[in-house]
Design a protein around this ligand. Structure first.
Ligand code: R5P
Length: 327
C-alpha cells in the first residue's frame, strides 16, 4: 500500500530522495505504508532525473530528503521532486528535511555575505512546497524564512529520555558548548529534572572555517556528570574541545548528545578518542561505516517524523507531540 486514504478521501503519499533511504523506509514502516515507487538517476553531466511511478493527483505529498554531503546535490534532487509533484497535481506538498540545509548560514557576519538558509527556504517555496518540516533547527528564527507553515520538531526529548535512563539525574550538569546554545541547554535541564547549567566559552575566527577554540567553563562541574549538548556535530572540534575543558576542570564523566551527526572528517576520530563515555545522536543524517565509532549510540527520529506527518495529514496538532514545548 503506497498511500493512506482517510474517510474524507484525502490521500497521503511519501516520497524519498536518495540521500537517506533507510530513514524514509523507517518513516513509511511507522505509518504502515510503502514509499511511492520512483525512478531517480544522474545523467553523465551531473543533472538529476526523477519520476514517480504512480499518480499523485490530489495527494498530500511528503518529500523526505536528508542533507549529508554533497548537500547541493541532495537539495537539487529534493527541489526537482517538489517540481515533479507540483506538475503532477499533488494537492499539497510538505518538505521533510530532518537536517535543514545551510542552517548555519542564517545571518550575515560580515558585509557581502549571503543568508543561504533563507535562500534554501525561498527555493523550496519557488519549487512548489506548501509546508516545511524539520528537526532542531540551528536557530528557531529559520522558521520565519519559509513563507508558509513550518513544523519545528524536537529530538531533545528523545535524547534526554535516553540520557535519563543511563545516569543519576541528581549528578547531572547540562553543558552548552558555547553561549549560542544556552537556551537549548535550558530545555535539556528542564527535561532532566531541573539539572544545573554550565557553558563553555568558545571563540571562532570568522575568517577561518571549521576551527573553534574552547577556552573556559562557566558553572560548577567538578565531580559532576556533564551532559554536553549541541544541535549538530560537524568536524567534532567544538565538542572535543569542550570535553577537554570539562575534564581539565574536574568533570567526573562527560556524555555528548547532539541531534544531527554531520560527522565530517575527522569527527569520528576526535569523538571516539575525546574521553566522553557516550556520544548520542539521531539518524537525521545517514552515517557511513567510517563515521561510526565504539561509544556511539544512534537513536531513530523516524517515529517522531511519522507522528508529525500523521498529525499534519489529519489536521491534528504537532505541538501536542511535544507537550507544548515545540516552537
Ligand atoms: C555552532 O554554532 C554549532 O552549533 C556547532 O557547535 C558547530 O557547527 C559544530 O561544528 P564542529 O563540530 O565542526 O566544531
Amino acid at each position: 500500500m503506497t498511500e493512506i486514504t482517510n474517510p474524507g478521501e484525502k490521500k497521503l503519499v511519501l516520497v524519498s530522495g536518495r540521500a537517506h533511504p533507510e530513514l524514509a523506509e523507517q518513516i513509511a514502516a511507522e505509518l504502515g505504508i510503502d514509499l511511492l515507487p520512483s525512478s531517480a538517476y544522474t545523467f553523465a553531466n551531473g543533472e538529476t532525473y526523477v519520476r514517480f511511478e504512480e499518480s499523485v493527483r490530489g495527494a498530500d505529498a511528503f518529500v523526505i530528503q536528508s542533507h549529508p554531503a554533497p548537500i547541493n546535490e541532495h537539495m537539487m534532487e529534493q527541489l526537482i521532486m517538489i517540481d515533479s509533484l507540483k506538475r503532477a497535481s499533488a494537492r499539497s506538498i510538505t518538505v521533510v528535511s530532518p537536517f535543514y540545509p545551510y542552517a548555519r548560514q542564517d545571518k550575515k557576519h560580515k558585509g557581502r555575505e549571503p543568508i543561504s538558509a533563507r535562500l534554501m527556504a525561498d527555493l523550496y517555496k519557488t519549487a512548489g512546497a506548501d509546508r516545511l518540516m524539520s528537526v532542531d533547527l540551528h536557530t528557531a528564527q529559520i522558521q520565519g524564512f519559509f513563507d508558509g507553515p513550518v513544523d519545528h520538531l524536537m529530538a531533545i526529548p528523545l535524547l534526554a529520555q535516553h540520557v535519563a535512563s543511563k545516569v543519576d539525574t541528581d549528578q547531572v550538569t547540562v553543558v552548552s558548548p558555547d553561549t549560542g546554545r544556552v537556551r537549548v541547554a535550558e530545555q535539556w535541564a528542564e527535561l532532566l529534572g531541573g539539572a544545573p547549567l554550565a557553558f563553555v566559552h568558545k571563540t571562532r575566527d570568522i575568517n577561518v572555517p571549521n576551527q573553534a577554540v574552547s577556552k573556559t567553563v562557566v558553572g560548577e562541574i567538578e565531580g559532576r556528570t556533564c551532559v554536553l549538548i549541541d544541535d549538530m556535530i560537524d568536524t567534532g572540534g567544538t565538542i572535543a574541545g569542550a570535553v577537554k575543558v570539562l575534564k581539565e576542570n574536574g568533570a567526573k564523566d562527560v556524555i555528548i548528545a547532539a541531534t544531527h551527526p554531520v560527522f565530517s572528517h575527522p569527527a569520528a576520530e576526535r569523538l571516539g578518542g575525546c574521553g566522553a563515555s557516550e556520544v548520542i545522536v539521531t539518524n537525521t543524517l545517514p552515517l557511513r561505516e567510517d563515521q561510526v565509532f565504539d561509544n556511539l549510540t544512534v537513536l531513530s527520529i523516524a517515529p517522531i517524523l511519522a507522528q508529525a506527518i500523521k498529525e499534519v495529514f489529519d489536521e491534528g496538532s504537532v505541538t501536542s507531540l511535544f507537550e507544548g514545548r515545540a516552537n
